[in-house]
Write a new protein. Sequence first.
Length: 266
Amino acid sequence: MRFLKAAIVLLLAQTVWSQPNAAVPPMAADADPTFEVATIKPSQPDEQRAVMVVGRRLVTRANSLVDLMMFAYGVHPAQIVDGPEWTNAEKFDVVIEPDLRGRPSTAQMRSIMQKLLADRFKLAFHHAQRNLPVYRLVIAKGGPKITPASQEHRATNTASAGFSPGMLVVGNATMGEFTSLLQRYIRMDRPVVDHTGIEGKYDFKLDWTPDFPQAEGNSPAMSPAAQRDAPSLFTAIQEQLGLKLEAAREPADVLVVDRVEKPSEN
């Protein structure tokens, strides 16, 4: 096994949507679901990376094992070490059907994914602490400018996200979920850690000019945000959300891969 270098970052497809369906009643909050049915297949070369909630199913497209671990454990690639090269290079399409009725919450979907990775990828790891460069998300001078989640978004028990280069729209997310979405949907070079102390769920909208090559397959001329002369990501977070990303070093949890296998097709 080789180290997954800290410089590994997630390249984004042009558009990624995670939109829960409010028509499906939420799963019981105290339920501990696993997967009833799960299919894993190699992705087609031209597929765009996506994570979607379709009814009560979780559907991912063109995700590597590292991508799936990022979703399942809320970590940055720099926090996944000692995995073989294929865990970042090879992409899979995954469809998961829970074994219980109702739409799983974000936490329940992550729990189901953790169980799937252990069962189908034979993933085993241990936790370690390492001093890593991070971005601390803190409250900017003047205070936060964030909006509590709308009733429509609260009716879905999951966080939702829509991404295109230069725009991120997030619904019904805690600050911790927001930092996780920043890591998954934007090419960040280090983990983002919540230091705001803000509780509750919020709707976020960010509009910025990407620092290319920040998003895969795009150029500044192709970016609607660039055409609108939007600010940089760091400036947008401060001006639009009243929050701030500060570079720092601090102890961070790291997942050290002990064992993993390629899944068989089904």
